[in-house]
Design a protein around this ligand. Structure first.
Ligand code: CTP
Ligand code: CA
Length: 227
């Protein structure tokens, strides 16, 4: 059980957390999405707020209650999330001390969105998809110096060595401080998670933790870097 009263070691720190999936509309009734439920990001937002941080949670469509003391911004698509992050963090990222990207941002969106419902036909349907921007990499490239602290998440289907190798690649490609990597089967929809935190300094396998405990471990690392 979590203590009701704990350290307020994140007081004065502005944390932006993204959570959930993004969904990419095909027409007014259909979308492309993924299996993210938002639990990890909501757990981080809750723990960060309990520890005294000022928290903004940018969330895709999920069915979770907003944690106490957290400012929530709801978005739908990756492009919506990009716009929300710009608004919340400021053009020069000046309004955030840390960005924790747990969101499962859709890598592609339909090239065309139909304003009306697409009608069924007997013919095969080919969808053209275009790449979405990499929101975390954009912030990584725009950041000057050590702020905001940047944390990425990566869900993979590789073995432990492969997961770590992918995480290391993402750490470099996105210019971030930390990648929290895990296996799809250990993560989606669960209350716990088995994650590895990868930084330039090394990798730490954390074993199975509740999402709230994992949140605290990640926030400990963020707090260190914000000092
Ligand atoms: N991410 C992002 N924008 C995207 C895709 C991913 O900001 N368009 C962020 C995610 O929120 C996450 C991190 O990048 O924090 C890693 O996401 P992941 O999907 O694992 O990485 P990708 O670079 O999309 O690689 P993959 O081909 O494995 O999907
Ligand atoms: Ca991806």
């Amino acid at each position: 059980a979590r203590a009701a009263i704990g350290p307020r070691d994140l007081a004065g720190i502005r944390v932006v957390v993204t959570a959930g999936p993004t969904v990419e509309d095909l027409d007014p009734v259909r979308f492309l999405g993924n299996r993210s439920t938002g639990k990890m990001g909501f757990a981080i937002a809750e723990r960060a707020a309990s520890r005294g941080a000022s928290v903004t949670l940018v969330s895709g469509p999920v069915s979770l209650a907003t944690p106490r003391g957290v400012t929530r911004v709801d978005v739908r698509s990756a492009l919506d999330m990009q716009a929300a992050l710009r608004e919340v963090m400021g053009a020069d990222l000046e309004h955030a001390d840390a960005l924790i990207m747990t969101a499962a941002v859709a890598d592609y969106r339909p090239a065309e969105q139909s304003a009306t419902k697409r009608k069924r036909s007997a013919e095969p349907l080919r969808l053209e998809l275009v790449p979405n921007p990499d929101l975390l990499a954009e912030v990584g490239a725009a950041r000057k110096g050590a702020r905001p602290v940047l944390v990425g998440f990566a869900v993979e289907t590789a073995d432990d060595a492969g997961i770590e190798a992918y995480a290391r690649r993402k750490l470099a490609a996105k210019c971030v401080d930390m990648v929290v990597a895990n296996h799809a089967k250990d993560s989606f929809g669960r209350e716990d998670n088995r994650a590895t935190i990868v930084t330039a300094g090394g990798a730490e396998a954390l074993g199975v933790l509740s999402k709230h405990s994992l949140a605290d471990r990640i926030l400990d690392r963020v707090a260190e870097r914000c000092r």
